[in-house]
Design a protein. Sequence first.
Length: 301
Amino acid sequence: MSPPEIVPCLWLDEHAEAAASLYREAFADVEVDAVARYPESGPNPADRPPGSVMTIGLRLTGQPVTLLNGGPQFRPNPSVSFHVIVGDAGEVDALHALLSDGGAELMPLDAYPWSSRYTWIVDRFGVSWQLFAQPDVPAIRIVPCLMFAGVHHGRAREAIDDYVAAIPESRVDEIATFAEGEGGEVGTVKQGAFTLAGAPLVAMDGGRSHDFGFDEGASLQVLCSDQAEIDRLWDALGDGGEPGPCGWIRDRFGLWWQVVPARMSGWMASDDADARARLFAAMLSMGKLDVDRLQRAFLAD
């Protein structure tokens, strides 16, 4: 059995196509995995036009990302960002110019102790990017970053350990904590590097004063090979959390996950509009997803 794949999902109101266009311009190596559409008839929770684009699956220099046209209810915030690590300051400057256009700067473009050229920006779609120059990096890397702030500040290490224990082929790579005089609460996580199902992630404790935190604006999809893996991860990630509809579940640290079959993206991107409509209707009736029921709906068995 193959391990699940971890894919960040960004809730972008109706702007998935525009965001995909911007990211293609910003990053040289961008592949489109799949484009899924809303049913041609019947209601959808996002109140999007029938047959319009629902999700776009991209790989940005190898990092998978799903862009969701989910309606205006949610928007990404800095609790989930992307580290973009490049080889020189000029690349940071070029990415800054593209991604910050129409957005905002959270930390100005400058030299910092951790990078000779760094900035933290929010693009016009609400997606946060931390841009680093590291001269020893042979190729651009993009790594999702989770910030445990507000009521969840101080829980980054606990969360990392939980996620690594729950998801196969995972490990803790490095944990750096704040010491006296370093600007953070002593003992909390300054940066934690870890791997989930073979994919690198970063986590940090971000302070108690922030007025934002994890929500549906940015979630992590877990693409599972079979029902047994869905069942196990639904229970593990949801322990102490809150189940949601359509495979969504919030863990006890506030982070939202989507525990879904790996086949789902292919089904949703099918050219068979009737099959997609049946699949979508079946999904709307579920909390934890049932692979057999979904497949029967799609195939009209």
